[in-house]
Design a binder for this molecule. Structure first.
Ligand SMILES: [Cu+2]
Length: 309
């Protein structure tokens, strides 16, 4: 694993090293004693078996030593864990992490959402993690962070990333068909770059005159459509949306196959009641956007899909 890119990560690496070290020492000592006894007490050297009595002092020191070792491992693990969960620094940047099948959405103050976890370097970040459907697990190996995202619960974490760069984010809780594709990036940037990114995101948000562009943003972040629908013609969990507007497709409605023309009405019903008409050859797994997207947002996504020629 590459070098930790967070302060807590370095602490975790230390604990990992201590535990690994203890295990290696135990392995060597036990292996050495085993080999020694095999030779020392071999049948060739001990023709007449002797009765071996117990040795209370040896036995108790063995027991005591093991307890101390195990408690030491626990102590280092526990202090590290507590640091991760303890009272948060006041100036921590709050980011809400929302997991859903099958993408991550990182939401900043002011309602801005991003598909990447953009964060400034050397500043405490507080993550509040939740899920909209099933249990997922946020895993950022470079920061040595892992936390389950549980529907109906809010899990908090904090960390300080201390090295600029782009790092992988995975989901490590099997969450359905496209689980392995539930990936994202953590982008650690300088404070200036981060502020600039926040400003552009803000500007883009305020002047989203272009409906299709707004739809694209929703498609990729809040709606999460891109997790299952490509826009380049390739099939994912769901059919591609490239050039589908105005075309005819076969769908299954109430168990019967029929042909429909993809128009605004059809796309709207697909967003709100996705499993009423399911495209032939695809599983009925799409979550409804009802209550998740507002009416204008649904319209914006329709405009975006229309623009995918
Ligand atoms: Cu997941």
């Amino acid at each position: 694993m590459t070098e930790a890119a967070s302060i807590i990560g370095k602490n975790t690496d230390g604990v990992f090293l201590i535990i690994t070290g203890i295990c290696v020492i135990l392995l060597l000592v036990i292996t050495f004693l085993m080999l020694l006894f095999v030779f020392k007490y071999s049948r060739g050297k001990n023709l007449h078996p002797s009765n071996v009595e117990g040795h209370p002092l040896l036995e108790f020191s063995f027991l005591g030593g093991s307890i101390v070792l195990v408690l030491a491992m626990f102590y280092f693990g526990w202090t590290g864990y507590r640091q991760l969960k303890r009272e948060l620094p006041k100036d921590a940047l709050p980011i809400n992490v929302v997991a859903r099948q099958w993408l991550w959405s990182f939401q900043y103050e002011g309602g801005r959402a991003s598909a990447a976890l953009n964060i400034p370097v050397n500043r405490p970040i507080r993550l509040k993690i939740t899920s909209e459907d099933v249990i997922h697990s946020l895993y950022i190996p470079a920061f040595r962070l892992k936390q389950d995202a549980v529907p109906g619960a809010e899990k908090a974490l904090w960390f300080v990333a201390d090295r600029e760069g782009t790092y992988d984010i995975f989901c490590t809780e099997y969450c359905g068909l496209a689980h392995s594709g539930m990936l994202a990036k953590a982008v650690v940037m300088s404070e200036e770059n981060f502020n600039a990114w926040m400003r552009t995101a803000e500007a883009a948000e305020t002047k989203l005159a272009n409906k299709a562009l707004e739809g694209k943003t929703i498609f990729e972040t809040k709606g999460g459509c891109i997790a299952c629908h490509s826009v380049d013609g390739s099939a994912r969990v769901g059919p591609t949306l490239k050039g589908i507007f105005g075309s005819k497709v076969k769908v299954v409605t109430n168990g019967k196959e029929r042909e429909v023309t993809i128009d605004e009405k059809y796309i709207r019903s697909s967003e709100l009641e996705p499993n009423a008409d399911v495209a032939v050859g695809f599983p009925p797994v799409m979550p409804s956007q009802k209550g998740k997207l507002t009416d204008p947002e649904v319209n914006a996504v329709i405009e975006y899909i229309k623009s995918l020629k």
